[in-house]
Design a protein around this ligand. Structure first.
Ligand SMILES: *[C@@H]1O[C@H](CO)[C@@H](O)[C@H](O)[C@H]1NC(C)=O
Length: 118
């Protein structure tokens, strides 16, 4: 069996923001689909960003982000990743990152961050 490790962590870009992520430590196998949720209580934060940090790499690479309910994906991430959620209402925010079919190359640490829309 070909196992890969996907760890999710969290980071709020703004001090004092408490962001909750659904799995702090995920171990999945190749071929699985995963969905990582990220939620917080800042009702006026309408941007949610998702980052990837690959093992042995210090760079946090932007996968894409939600802007209200629009999804903006960065180059190179359109094929394997999906972002979903609707940050438009006046309620607590809840978005997710989906990896359609896990492969070894997806091993890494995934971060979500939130901020206001400018
Ligand atoms: C976010 O949405 C998902 C799917 O609808 C749900 O399972 C999860 O409990 C929600 N998280 C929070 C903190 O509301």
């Amino acid at each position: 069996m070909n196992c890969i490790f996907v760890f999710s962590c969290l980071a709020g870009l703004s001090l004092g923001l408490e962001v909750h992520q659904s799995h702090s430590d995920l171990i999945k196998k190749a071929g699985d689909k995963i969905q990582i949720f990220c939620s917080h209580e800042r009702t006026n934060y309408r941007v949610m960003l998702w980052y990837q940090r690959s093992p042995g790499d210090t760079a946090m690479k932007l996968i894409g982000y939600l802007y209200f309910k629009d999804v903006i994906m960065e180059d190179g991430y359109q094929k394997d990743f999906r972002i979903s959620g609707d940050l438009g209402g006046e309620t607590a925010k809840n978005g997710s990152l989906i990896i359609q079919t896990l492969e070894q190359v997806h091993t890494g640490v995934y971060y979500c961050a939130a901020r206001e829309a400018q």
